[in-house]
Design a protein around this ligand. Sequence first.
Ligand SMILES: Cc1ncc(COP(=O)(O)O)c(C=O)c1O
Length: 490
Amino acid sequence: MTASVPKQVSALGASETLDPQNWDELRAHAHRMLDDAIDTIANIRKQPVWRPIPDEVRARFGASVPRQPSDLGEIYREYSEFIAPYATGNVHPGFMGWVHGGGNAVGMLAEMLAGGLNANLGGRDHMPIEVERQITEWTRTMLGFPPGASGVFVTGTSMANLMAVWVARVSALGQDARQRGVGGEGALLTAYTSTAAHGCISKAMDLAGFGTDALRTIAVDQSHRVDVEEMREQIRRDREIGLQPFLVIGSAGTVDVGAIDDLAALSALCREEKLWFHVDGAYGALGMLSPSLAPRLAGLESADSVALDFHKWGQVPYDAGFLLVRDGQRHLDAFAAPAVYLRRETRGLAAGSPWPCDLSPDLSRGFRALKTWFTLKAFGTEKLGAMIERTCALARHLETRVLAEPRLELMAPAQLNIVCFRYRAEDADRINSEIVIDIQESGIAAPSTTTLDGKLAIRAAIVNHRTDVGDLDALVAAVLEFGAGRAPNT
Ligand SMILES: Cc1ncc(COP(=O)(O)O)c(C=O)c1O
């Protein structure tokens, strides 16, 4: 007997799906969008780095929920006029603020393909997950981790650092802590990092339930590297008063000045003290691809876990954070959780366990691995390593320019790809923060600021593969020009 189709369903035509009525029309729009996107990247130098958002543009985005369909051409026009011109600017070679990668055109194409595939990488048996496993294997090899390591894509290093704290927590307290909570013993656990570590680490301690007080921030030396002996001493003092050290977080490239902690010494300390050794390698870990930088990262290969971003020095379009854990079983112990609706099989679509959802808090997740796979294959690690090395050479050029200019003051030696300097002036903190805003608003460049030893510095992080000598010279010229305007008597 054939079941009769309910009236309401049979009344619905194909027009009720979200597919276009006319695929050729969609195709024409698609080709134009792709052509425009490629043109934008190819001609990026003709654009200002960043544009302030006019009030009327911002106000357009206060419109109410669209109840009726709009024409795709019209939506795209709105995007082209009101969204694309007011993006962050990190595709532009003049962008040097914070630590932003420039992306790449091949990665953009992969992102488009991933959108069409619409794969859910939480689990199940399909090739996109094999691509993510291949990236894990490549990352393991690039970082010198042993077989058996596991990895997973996440939004960014903030999330990867938080997950590392979770893995270390289960490793210290045992798996039943996931059931009973961290409890009284958890209240005794303490972690160690440097005062130069990224703020997401203290946030991770908060979110993991330990509280930020359980994070000991150890002083750094003149090069902003953690004082390992001071950390050893703090661990001893903490043990003496009954606390239980469980985790050390080293930095491979600090956010302020690009310092690399003595990872080998931290690793040895962790082995002696039986502590989990995690490395925040947000951008620095991929320095392993550069033959000249890799020796400075010695010790990274012996970490228990590393957080890194392919979207920074790896130039993969946002977002592509990654967590690598040396002992894959510990990684699983922290996140795998049975659920009847996620039953695993040995064949069929539910095969292929463990799944990525066993390695992170996420169940549904997109295909971040594809743009990373395309990027790594299209350029190869040698070229990526050379590009990374070049950003460091460019930082040295900027440092030389700053040192040669009496009106500028170098605030810290350029150790990697970051240069911190400022315009000499009375009330220099205020003047320099205004100079940075002036430059951003001018569209010439986009540096950001930080504070070093209580003094505000202009911070140029050269991460973008498109940045060239001329962009740095333009930055120096702009600092001098706006500086002279803001502090004419200096
Ligand atoms: C050293 C360091 N750690 C962590 C982060 C946070 O990474 P994400 O922005 O990908 O979460 C950054 C970001 O710049 C960083 O430089």
